[in-house]
Design a protein around this ligand. Sequence first.
Ligand SMILES: Cc1cc2nc3c(=O)[nH]c(=O)nc-3n(C[C@H](O)[C@H](O)[C@H](O)COP(=O)(O)OP(=O)(O)OC[C@H]3O[C@@H](n4cnc5c(N)ncnc54)[C@H](O)[C@@H]3O)c2cc1C
Length: 393
Amino acid sequence: MPEQQADDNAEIREELLAVVRKFRDEKIIPFAAHFDEADEYPEAIVEGMKELGLFGITVPPEYGGLGLDILTYAQIVEELAYGWMSVSGFLNTHFMGCYLIKTFGTDEQKARLLPKMATGEIRGAYSLSEPDAGSDVASIRTKAVRDGDVYVVNGTKMWLTNGREAGLVVTLVRTDPDPASKHRGMSVLLVEKEPGPTYQGITVGPNIHKLGYRGVETVELTFDDHKVPAANLLGGEEGQGFFQMMSAVELGRINISARAVGVARRAFEESIRYAQQRETFGRPIAQHQAIQFKLAEMGTKLHAARLMCYDAAQRKARGERCDLEAGMAKYFASEACWEICQEALRIHGGNGYAAEYPIERLYRDAPLMIVGEGTNEIQKMVIGRRLIEDHAI
Ligand SMILES: Cc1cc2nc3c(=O)[nH]c(=O)nc-3n(C[C@H](O)[C@H](O)[C@H](O)COP(=O)(O)OP(=O)(O)OC[C@H]3O[C@@H](n4cnc5c(N)ncnc54)[C@H](O)[C@@H]3O)c2cc1C
């Protein structure tokens, strides 16, 4: 999006953010502990998000969306994650699906799918990982064989966030069986299904029991001779899948950095409030220098993480290359978030370990950001390679 257009969004962004904060304070924060404890899908929250138009934030207006920029999206994600990190998870895979269709889809794919995605009638999952392939994407084995006007899909995908409730699973498959084809042998299929445990050769496994990030389902999904119309090959061209999925991962990394900022901000604000209320040795713990040092480090890391996240989002909104900045933002913000949550737990003393206080949940949610959208080891490989490329002698 051109810079001027991104600026034009400033007023709309502020209005929308005020609405999102109100929704978060009234409909998310009071219920998050219950849904987290029960690992229960929060139907009412998802319906509320649909009513606010949040599933169509970045879908162009001609397809029924709000057509807003990535910075606005990142700030909405931050506010939702401040309330409960899982809620931002309902948006991320959906958003990546919308982006892929908007960017690479055929006119027919855009016209058929984007309007329903904009309203949330169809919700999206993003499926890259498999039981034996996560960081090493080129090792995926799920294969799609062309048979007339369909692809016959067989294989097992893993870790699908929103995998059961989704009506569309953007799926990376191998269309060229030659192992030498590696990255060029992969394609993306837009797999349409009904929400639920089974659908025409698709079986969705039970929820994976997770440390945190509860309420939003993460599942295994198996294809057994499932037929996908050839018209659902993203962009209509085989062999583009790796490049297409990786360009969406860049956005996913901005999303992860934004949710890390949201979780870290909540942990920081809870801590600075608690430190002024809790007294030891005759004064609020905020007056002990050791606690002030912790707050200083937390606040500084949070500020830096937010600047890096917004910078990556603004670069993306301007249409600039931002793989380096998105990788750095994801890496820094997720590590900062995890460190801030650990310090928040210490500041809360025993209460930090009790489920009555939100810190216990933030502490369990934070590590996902280190693993998701490429582990931080992989981020460092990507960042290192780019830095050497940029400073080649
Ligand atoms: C809750 C949750 C939700 C998820 N949602 C989705 C989703 O919606 N869609 C999806 O496709 N995936 C999803 N994932 C999968 C996630 O993207 C992967 O878990 C992640 O990419 C890591 O892959 P892996 O688990 O296979 O670990 P592996 O790739 O097996 O890595 C194991 C360890 O080795 C390290 N490592 C690997 N290769 C190298 C190397 N070359 N150099 C140095 N270290 C290395 C890794 O950093 C890690 O520490 C989700 C995961 C979780 C936990």
